[in-house]
Design a protein around this ligand. Structure first.
Ligand code: HEM
Length: 311
C-alpha cells in the first residue's frame, strides 16, 4: 500500500502543506532502496549533466544538504546507517550498500563528487536547491525520477517561472506557496504530497520520455476499459519536503516518489472512494494537464465498480 494517499472526497485547490512532525524524517528508506540507488547511479553514469547540475556559489548550500540528510538518515535508520562526527571530520557507513566514506565537512576535495551529487546517491529522494534571494530559483539539483520535467527545462528559473505551465486555476495557490517558501523557519520543515495516474511505473519520467509516453498513451487509451484499467494504471505519489538550510539560507526541496498499481490500492474500499471523490471533482483543465483525460471515463468506471463490489 502507498504510505501517502493524498486523495479525499473532493479535489483540493489548496497547497496541501503541513509541518513535518518531529518523528517524521526528510529521508525515507523503503524496500526499493537498493534498486533505486542503483538506478540513480546508472542514470548519472549515462548522462551526468542531464541528472545533476549545480550553479557555482551553491557549495555552502550543498554541504548544508549533506549534513542535514546524513544526520537525519543515521538518526532515523540506525540499523542501516551510522555517522560518527569528530568536529568537521565525519565518517559515514552505509550498511545497506556496504560502503563507507570519510570526509571533512566543507572540503570538496575530501569527497569524490560534489556534495549534493554524493548525498543524492545515498538516499532515494530527488534533491533540489532553491536560492535564498527571494525568488526561490532552482540553483542546483540531482533529479533522476521527475514526473514530466528535467533540470534543463527549469534550471535557473524562479519558483513562479517553473510553475508557469501549470493550469491557471492553481496560480493563486502557487503565489501563496511562493510566500510560504520564503517564510519557512530554519527548524520547521514542511511537506505535501502530489498525485497522478500513469500507464507506466517507469520512475524516470524526465522530459526526454514525454513524447514517447504521449504516443503510447494515445495508442493505449482507447483500449482501456473499466474492466481492464485496474491492472494497467499506476498511481504515482510524490512526498515533497521543504527545508530551510542553516548556513546558506537556501531551501531544500526533496521528492520521494512512491508508486503502486491502481488495482492494489482500489482493493481498499476507503481508498477507492477517496480516489473517486477526487477524480469526479477535479476540473477538466487539470485532468488534461495531468494527462489523465484520455482514460478518465474508464478510470471512474473502474472505481465505481470496485466500490459496488466492496460494499
Ligand atoms: C508548496 C510548494 C509547492 C506547491 C503548492 C506546488 C504545486 C504545484 C502544482 C499544483 C502543480 C501542478 C500539477 C500538480 O498538481 O501536480 C505543480 C507542478 C510542478 N511543480 Fe510544484 N509546487 C510546489 C513546489 C515546487 C518546487 C519547490 C518545485 C521546484 C522545482 C516544483 C516544481 C514543479 C514542476 C516542475 C511542476 C510541473 C510544471 C510543468 O508542467 O512544467 N514545485 N506544482
Amino acid at each position: 500500500m502507498l504510505p501517502y494517499f493524498p486523495f479525499d472526497n473532493e479535489f483540493d485547490h489548496r497547497m496541501g502543506t503541513a509541518p513535518l512532525r518531529p518523528d517524521e524524517s526528510l529521508v525515507e528508506v523503503d524496500d526499493d532502496y537498493e534498486h533505486e540507488i542503483g538506478l540513480k547511479r546508472e542514470l548519472l553514469t549515462q548522462d551526468y549533466r542531464y541528472y545533476f547540475q549545480a550553479q557555482p556559489g551553491t557549495e555552502i548550500a550543498q554541504w548544508d544538504v549533506l549534513e542535514r540528510l546524513l544526520t537525519e538518515a543515521a538518526d532515523t535508520y540506525p540499523q542501516h546507517f551510522s555517522l560518527t562526527k569528530s568536529g568537521s571530520a565525519w565518517h559515514w557507513i552505509n550498511h545497506l550498500l556496504s560502503e563507507e566514506q570519510q570526509f571533512t565537512v566543507g572540503n570538496p576535495n575530501s569527497l569524490p563528487l560534489p556534495p549534493l551529487d554524493w548525498v543524492g546517491q545515498q538516499v532515494q529522494e530527488d534533491l533540489i536547491i532553491l536560492s535564498a534571494d527571494g525568488t526561490a530559483s532552482l540553483v542546483a539539483g540531482q533529479l533522476c525520477f521527475p514526473n514530466g520535467w528535467c533540470l534543463d527545462d527549469k534550471f535557473g528559473q524562479t519558483f513562479l517561472g517553473i510553475h508557469r505551465p501549470a493550469p491557471s486555476m492553481v496560480q493563486p495557490t502557487l503565489q501563496a506557496a511562493h510566500k510560504l517558501l520564503e517564510r519557512i523557519p530554519e527548524h520547521r520543515p514542511i511537506w505535501r504530497a502530489s498525485w497522478n495516474f500513469k500507464i507506466t511505473d517507469q520512475l524516470d519520467m524526465s522530459t526526454k520520455y514525454t513524447a514517447d509516453y504521449n504516443d503510447n498513451l494515445a495508442k493505449l487509451a482507447p483500449t482501456l476499459t473499466a474492466d481492464t484499467i485496474g491492472d494497467q494504471l499506476f498511481i504515482r505519489i510524490e512526498r515533497q519536503t521543504f527545508t530551510r538550510l542553516p548556513n546558506s539560507g537556501a531551501v531544500l526541496f526533496g521528492i520521494h516518489t512512491y508508486q503502486n498499481s491502481l488495482a492494489s490500492e482500489a482493493a481498499d474500499s476507503d481508498r477507492a472512494q477517496r480516489m473517486l471523490g477526487t477524480l469526479r471533482t477535479t476540473p477538466s483543465e487539470m485532468l488534461a494537464y495531468k494527462a489523465i483525460a484520455p482514460f478518465e471515463d474508464a478510470l471512474i468506471g473502474f472505481l465505481e465498480n470496485r466500490i459496488h463490489v466492496l460494499q
